[in-house]
Design a binder for this molecule. Structure first.
Ligand SMILES: [Fe+2]
Ligand SMILES: [Fe+2]
Length: 406
C-alpha cells in the first residue's frame, strides 16, 4: 500500500522541479505538502497525481518555444532515471489501489456478454441518444463559458497528448489487427501533417477559451475525477497484459466520440462561433470510420483467432470505459451546477485560472477547515468561497491564491 508518508516522501523529492522558470511541460510536482494522513480526499488526489507522473514519464516532451538555458541538460534532468524509478516503483501498487477495482467490476459486468451483440447495441444506442447531457446543460447556464473552459481544462490531461496513450498499444507484434490499429493511430496524428494532429487541434480550442495550451500546463487544477479518467486510460495502454481491454476502450471511445463531438461542434458553432472547433468537427467525421475499423478489422479477427474469452475482455474494456466517462461526466455536471448555485448566491465569480503561481490545494473537506470567506480557484471555473466549496462534490479540487502559500 502506498501510504501518506510514501506520497509525502516522493512529493519532497519532486518539489522544486517546476520552480525557477522550468517550462510547464517538464513540471513533475505533486501536491504532497498538506496533511495527507488526515485528508482522505487530498491523499486520493495526490496518489492519482503520482500515478499520472509515472505515466507522463514515458513520453518525450519538449516545450513548444524552447527553454531558457541548455535544453540537453534540462531534458536529462526531467528524465533523471533515479527520480523516475522512485515514482515508477509505486505504479503497480497505485494501479491496484486506484484502477484495478474498476477493472474487476467491468469484468464482472461483461461475463457472458457476446461482444458482437454488445457492439451492435452500442452503435444503435449512440444513434438514438439524446444530446450530450453536459452540452444540453450548457445551453441553459448563464455561466456556460466558464463551464466550457473548465471542461476543456479537465479533459486536457489526456487530450493535449491525444493518442500517445494508445500509441503504446500499437507497438509489438500481433497480426493484422495491429496494422488496423496503426492506421487509426496515423489519423490521430493527423496523418503526419502537424497542423491536423488531434492534440494540435485541441490546443486551438484551448486558446479560444483563453487557456494555456501547453501539455501539462493546467495540471495544478485537474480535479480528482479528471485524474482518475486519465489514469484509467493510461493504465490500460501502459500494460500489454490489458491488450484486449484496450480494444474495448477504443470500441467504446470511438463510438461515443462520434456522437459527443458532433454535439460539441454544434454547440460551439452556436455559442462560440469565433472559436476554432475543427477538433470536434474532425472527430464527428473520422470516428465513424474508426468505430467500423475497431469492430471489423480489430475486434472480430482477434476474437476469431484467439477465442471467445477475448470477446468478453473487449466488452469489459468497453464497460470500464463507459463507467469511467460516465463518472467524469457526472462529476463535471455536478460541479458545474454547484458553481451556478454559488454564483446565484453571490458567493462565486467567473475567473480565468491564473497558473503563473501555485497556491495551496483545497478539497471540499479541507475547505471546511478554512476561513469560510477565503476564495478558492476551482478548476477552470472561477473563484468560490471556501464555505460554499466545502459542500461541492467530493472529487472537486481547487487552489487558494498563490500569495496565501507563505
Ligand atoms: Fe482523435
Ligand atoms: Fe478516433
Amino acid at each position: 500500500m502506498i501510504e501518506a508518508a510514501d506520497i509525502a516522501r516522493i512529493g519532497r523529492h519532486l518539489a522544486g522541479r517546476g520552480e525557477s522558470g522550468e517550462p510547464a511541460i517538464w513540471d513533475v510536482r505533486i501536491d504532497a505538502e498538506g496533511d495527507l494522513a488526515d485528508d482522505a480526499a487530498l491523499l486520493a488526489h495526490a496518489r492519482h497525481q503520482t500515478l499520472m507522473r509515472a505515466y507522463q514519464s514515458r513520453y518525450a516532451l519538449l516545450p513548444t518555444n524552447g527553454a531558457a538555458g541548455n535544453a540537453v541538460e534540462q531534458l536529462r534532468r526531467r528524465y533523471e532515471p533515479r527520480t523516475l524509478a522512485l515514482v515508477e516503483a509505486t505504479r503497480t501498487c497505485l494501479e491496484d489501489l486506484l484502477i484495478t477495482p474498476a477493472i474487476e467490476h467491468a469484468r464482472a459486468a461483461a461475463l457472458g456478454v457476446d461482444w458482437a451483440a454488445y457492439a451492435d447495441t452500442l452503435l444503435k444506442a449512440v444513434r438514438v441518444a439524446p444530446e450530450n447531457p453536459f452540452v444540453a446543460f450548457l445551453r441553459t447556464s448563464p455561466q456556460r463559458e466558464d463551464h466550457y473552459r473548465n471542461f476543456l481544462l479537465q479533459a486536457s490531461a489526456d487530450l493535449l497528448a491525444e493518442a500517445s496513450a494508445s500509441a503504446l498499444g500499437v507497438i509489438g507484434e500481433f497480426g493484422p489487427a495491429q496494422s488496423a490499429l496503426f492506421r487509426i493511430l496515423i489519423d490521430e496524428f493527423g496523418y503526419g501533417v502537424h497542423d491536423r494532429k488531434h492534440s494540435v487541434l485541441y490546443r486551438a480550442v484551448m486558446r479560444g477559451f483563453g487557456l494555456p495550451d501547453e501539455y501539462n500546463a493546467c495540471w495544478p487544477l485537474f480535479d480528482t475525477a479528471a485524474l482518475r479518467l486519465h489514469n484509467t486510460i493510461h493504465c490500460l495502454f501502459q500494460n500489454p497484459r490489458y491488450l484486449f481491454l484496450q480494444i474495448g476502450f477504443l470500441l467504446h471511445a470511438e463510438t461515443a466520440y462520434q456522437r459527443s463531438t458532433r454535439d460539441h461542434f454544434r454547440y460551439l458553432a452556436k455559442f462560440h462561433p469565433e472559436v476554432d472547433a475543427r477538433y470536434f468537427g474532425e472527430h464527428a467525421h473520422i470516428d465513424l470510420h474508426h468505430t467500423r475499423m475497431v469492430i471489423e478489422e480489430v475486434a472480430a479477427p482477434l476474437v476469431a483467432t484467439h477465442g471467445p474469452e477475448v470477446g468478453v475482455e473487449i466488452v469489459a474494456g468497453a464497460e470500464l470505459t463507459r463507467q469511467a466517462f460516465a463518472q467524469a461526466g457526472d462529476q463535471m455536471l455536478a460541479v458545474s451546477r454547484a458553481f451556478d448555485t454559488a454564483v446565484e448566491q453571490g458567493r462565486a465569480q467567473s475567473q480565468r485560472p491564473d497558473l503563473s503561481g501555485q497556491g495551496l490545494p483545497a478539497t471540499p473537506s479541507s475547505a471546511a477547515r478554512l476561513d469560510p470567506a477565503a476564495m478558492i480557484q476551482v478548476g477552470g471555473l472561477g473563484l468560490v468561497e471556501a464555505g460554499v466549496f466545502a459542500a461541492f462534490p467530493r472529487d472537486a479540487f481547487g487552489r487558494l491564491p498563490a500569495e496565501a502559500r507563505s
